[in-house]
Write a protein that binds this ligand. Structure first.
Ligand SMILES: CC(=O)SCCNC(=O)CCNC(=O)[C@H](O)C(C)(C)COP(=O)(O)OP(=O)(O)OC[C@H]1O[C@@H](n2cnc3c(N)ncnc32)[C@H](O)[C@@H]1OP(=O)(O)O
Ligand SMILES: O=C([O-])CC(=O)C(=O)O
Length: 372
């Protein structure tokens, strides 16, 4: 057999699990969490309620939701030793490096007897604090302690900026969009770690390291860098054609599963278009022109904007610097990561695919002269 044929590079089309968490229909451009369409959830739900749905499989009743909100809001603070260590980190550390390292460090401060689910809640509660504290530490600003009375998204923006901005509910809805997306690279990587029966801190450290890459969650930051480099609407055509000529990937476009418009990109674009119509929101005009050129050029390859293309414009509106975009993605996706790890481990089998060896054979060891 042709070995190139037998290898599925990037595991394209290979199923590694049966899951009831979400359904991503790449041909129709549909995303469904536990049977609920994403459009329905962003209209009617919030981060915490959707997290409950993803973790437990059905929407919570009032008591169940109150319980989850209260657990999340009580677990936000970081151990003092970790805060002191963060103050010693190099100030130019990327927020994703800080997030990956602090999540890993938290493993040493956790109660070993906690269940995976308690640990999932604990980390989901603490990730926004890590991000906001790092923002304040690297900018030499005093830390703003978490407020128990605030919801997850409100509290995050409050810890970042000391106030809750107008339209903050859109930030909350953007988190819903990012909570879950099937067996994507970071979920797969973290499921591999879970399959070895490792602990949740290792599972989430794996996931954050994988999300960081520019072909995955790291693309949202790169998109805004691209808009900055383009600078003005007049430069878009030249800039994009130059990338195409050099066969470079255009950040925020393309997807392994979506072969039509990513429904989340459509939602984000519509929010920006409709809600900020009079605000002349930064980068939007450039983004629309980039999209027009790329979609036209790559019609045959079915390349459309993905979730990372428009999210940064919204985060930028809230005053969030671009290096913090991918950590915000992680702040939401931890729900999917932990849900998949727990689901997979119910019928766990360690991941162990194979590589087909094509190196040399039958060599005989010969002493290298002159080496002691
Ligand atoms: C949250 C997320 O992770 S969403 C994705 C975020 N990542 C990005 O936006 C980075 C840019 N996009 C990409 O690199 C890719 O589209 C990925 C990584 C998302 C998907 O990769 P794959 O499924 O392996 O697609 P693959 O790279 O094989 O692309 C298929 C074809 O489309 C082209 N293509 C795909 N994406 C792009 C792009 N963004 N710009 C230009 N061409 C592209 C490829 O060059 C390839 O062309 P070819 O068949 O002539 O060689
Ligand atoms: O599904 C994927 O391959 C990438 C991803 O995480 C997303 O689009 O949210």
């Amino acid at each position: 057999m042709d070995i190139e044929f037998e290898v599925k590079y990037g595991l394209d089309g290979v199923a590694v699990a049966i899951s009831s968490i979400s359904c991503v229909d790449g041909e129709k451009g549909k995303l469904v969490y536990r049977g609920f369409e994403i459009e329905d959830l962003i209209q009617n739900s919030n981060f915490e309620e959707t997290a409950y749905l993803i973790w437990f499989g059905s929407l919570p009743n009032e008591n169940e939701l109150d319980f989850l909100i209260s657990m999340l809001s009580k677990k936000r603070e970081l151990p003092n030793q970790i805060i002191e260590m963060m103050k010693l980190f190099p100030k130019n550390s990327h927020p994703m490096e800080v997030l990956r390292s602090v999540v890993s460090m938290l493993g040493m401060y956790s109660k070993k007897e906690n269940s995976t689910f308690e640990n999932a809640i604990n980390l989901t509660a603490k990730i926004p604090t890590i991000i906001a504290y790092w923002y304040r530490i690297r900018n030499d600003l005093p830390l703003i302690k978490p407020k128990e009375s605030l919801k997850h998204s409100e509290n995050f923006l409050y810890m970042m900026f000391g106030k809750i901005p107008e339209h903050f509910n859109l930030f909350d809805k953007a988190l819903i969009l990012h909570e879950e997306q099937g067996m994507n690279a970071s979920t797969f990587a973290s499921t591999v770690t879970a399959s070895t029966l490792s602990d949740i801190y290792s599972i989430i450290t794996t996931a954050i390291g994988t999300l960081k890459g520019p072909l995955h969650g790291g693309a949202n930051e790169k998109v805004l860098k691209m808009f900055d480099e383009i600078g003005s609407i007049e430069n878009v055509e030249f800039y994009i054609n130059n990338l195409i000529e050099k066969k470079e990937k255009i950040m925020g476009f393309g997807h392994r599963i979506y072969k039509t418009y990513d429904p989340r990109a459509k939602i984000l674009k519509n929010w920006i278009k409709e809600i900020f119509i009079n605000n002349n929101i930064k980068y939007f005009e450039i983004a629309l022109k980039v999209e027009e050129i790329v979609v036209n050029k790559f019609k045959d390859k079915k390349i459309y904007p993905n979730v990372d293309f428009y999210s940064g414009i919204l985060y930028n509106y809230f005053g969030i610097p671009k290096e913090f975009f991918t950590p915000i993605f992680a702040m939401a996706r931890i729900v999917g990561w932990t849900a998949h790890a727990m689901e997979y481990c119910k019928n766990n089998r360690i991941f162990r695919p194979k590589a087909i060896y094509n190196g040399p054979k039958n060599l005989k060891y010969k002493e290298v002269k002159g080496v002691e």
